[in-house]
Design a protein around this ligand. Structure first.
Ligand code: OAD
Length: 251
């Protein structure tokens, strides 16, 4: 009986079009806490009070002080881990086309993935609520709370808050690549937040194999995903890549 990694490698090595859907779990080993589960951000605070657009518009200073400043400190230090680089290696092997990520940390691009759909935006930029001008997060003056644009308007991260629409292009392209892939690799997401959680359903409905990498089961496990590699992305991904490489280029 082959192991789940061997079975996943068999599927991936024969695949023509592979798409990944990633979530906070893939960046945990880069030092970024997840949202749900043990040590998750939403254990300590209510997302409706700090990550909903209405909460931000009502009191931007509070949301900057409780959430965004800490996010900046954590994300400034974060570097890609073996989970991110594993997806790049799969791309080099011709077995990864597009990464759809719910993460706003930009680590897939830093690692070298060439086609990344940022479903929830990117924290690297801030946008002025008044004039709309964008500014790199690194240039924001944190001494002010909430930080302001040169026009005096309040800055907000260029990410999606709860209660906001997913950028149309990201949504439409994600639906397209999910429908067109023959394998979807779902890494480090609890698959609890819509509409990103619907991408594996779209893939499955269109005949794709769905492979999960996650230390915990999710609502997809055993229903939508036909394989669950149980463990941490940074630990499992190098083993999966090695097994795919071995099948494509036997030594
Ligand atoms: P969650 O925090 O909901 O889920 C993280 C998942 O990663 C869980 O299923 C964990 O079991 C798993 N996990 C933890 N450590 C891992 C590791 N080392 N390797 C692999 N998996 C690991 O994060 P998301 O599913 O990304 O949205 O959350 C989706 C959205 O909810 C986020 O984009 C954010 C959040 O609220 C907004 O803020 C709009």
């Amino acid at each position: 009986m082959s192991t789940p990694i061997e079975q996943a490698a068999d599927i991936l090595s024969k695949a023509k079009s592979v798409v990944a859907l990633t979530g906070a779990g893939i960046s945990v080993e880069s030092g970024i806490p997840p949202f749900r589960g043990k040590g998750g951000l939403w254990e300590k605070m209510d997302p409706m009070e700090v990550a909903h657009i209405d909460a931000f518009m009502e009191n931007p200073k509070r949301v900057w002080d409780l959430l965004i400043k800490d996010m900046k400190t954590v994300l400034d230090k974060a570097r890609p881990n073996a989970g991110h680089t594993g997806l790049v290696e799969l791309e080099e092997l011709g077995r990864m086309k597009t990464v759809i990520t719910q993460n706003v940390d930009g680590l897939h691009q830093v690692a070298g993935s060439s086609d990344v759909i940022e479903f929830h935006g990117n924290f690297a930029w801030q946008r002025c609520l008044d004039c709309g001008q964008s500014m790199p997060t690194g240039q924001v003056d944190l001494a002010q709370s909430p930080p302001q644009c040169s026009c005096g308007g309040i800055l907000r991260p260029d990410c999606i808050f709860f209660g906001e629409m997913i950028p149309t292009e990201a949504l439409v392209r994600s639906q397209q690549v999910s429908a067109d892939c023959d394998v979807m690799l779902v890494v480090g997401t609890s698959a609890m937040v819509q509409p990103s959680a619907s991408m594996p359903f779209i893939a499955k409905d269109n005949g794709a194999d769905v492979i999960e990498i996650n230390p915990e089961p999710t609502p997809l496990t055993g229903r939508i995903s036909n394989l669950h590699l149980m463990g941490r992305a940074a630990g499992l991904m190098p083993k999966l890549v090695a097994a795919v490489r071995q099948r494509l280029h036997p030594s």
